[in-house]
Structures are given as structure tokens and as C-alpha cells.
Ligand binder design. Structure first.
Ligand SMILES: [Zn+2]
Length: 123
């Protein structure tokens, strides 16, 4: 699958194109299945897109795998509520809110943060 700059991101849960929602203070991407699915993404996700996973180098892929591994130690991805918490954390703490869009510099910034969180989590 090729990413085009003009195409909206897919909802992580429903795999359908998200649409632009005009909120009171800002615009953002929202899942068309709202209110069943409450997934949202910042509009800044649209352009620029970061590096799509299939175009990322091995180093970036390895870093993304590590971020996923750490995230899964903190939040259970198979649990919808836990997954929601994970995405809220990513949205708050990363530029794109999606590991698959994160650049090398951002991955390197997030990994030590997550390592500390995993450490706290396991106490
Ligand atoms: Zn959705």
C-alpha cells in the first residue's frame, strides 16, 4: 500500500479513512464510525507524513519495533481500553501519535522515556 500525501490516515481500529472534524477550537481527524469508535488524530499527521513504514530504513524499523515492544509492556494492545490509553499517551507525547510515522530522531527520544515507564510499571 502506498501512502499519498493527500489521502487521510486510516483509523487504526476500523481501517477506514478518517475524516476532518471541525472542532470548536481546532480541526482534527476523526473516525467516521464515531461514536462507536472514538479514535482521533492530530491534523498535522496529514502533511508531512514522516516516513511510512515500507519506506523506512532498517534502523528506523528496528527502533519502531523496540518502541512497540516497550509500549506493549506498559499497555496491553489486545485490550481496547488499554490500547486507547496507549494512543492517548502517544498523541500527547509524540508528533504524529503513531509509531509507524515516527522518525528516527523521535524514536530515539521516546525510547528512553518508555524505558523509564516500563521500569516504573514493573515495580
Ligand atoms: Zn475507527
Amino acid at each position: 500500500m502506498k501512502h499519498r500525501k493527500s489521502s487521510p490516515p486510516l483509523c487504526e481500529f476500523c481501517k477506514v479513512p478518517m475524516r476532518i472534524i471541525h472542532g470548536r477550537n481546532r480541526k482534527f481527524y476523526g473516525c467516521p464510525n464515531f461514536p462507536t469508535c472514538k479514535h482521533t488524530l492530530p491534523l498535522s499527521l496529514g502533511i508531512p507524513m514522516g516516513i511510512p513504514h515500507e519506506d523506512a530504513g532498517n534502523n528506523v524499523k528496528a527502533l519502531r519495533r523496540e518502541v512497540h515492544r516497550l509500549l506493549n509492556q506498559i499497555w496491553d494492545y489486545d485490550n481496547l481500553e488499554q490500547r486507547g490509553k496507549m494512543y492517548r499517551w502517544l498523541k500527547k507525547n509524540t508528533k504524529y501519535g503513531h509509531v509507524s510515522m515516527m522518525k528516527e530522531s523521535e524514536l530515539k527520544r521516546v525510547i528512553p522515556v518508555l524505558q523509564v515507564m516500563v521500569g516504573l510499571h514493573s515495580i
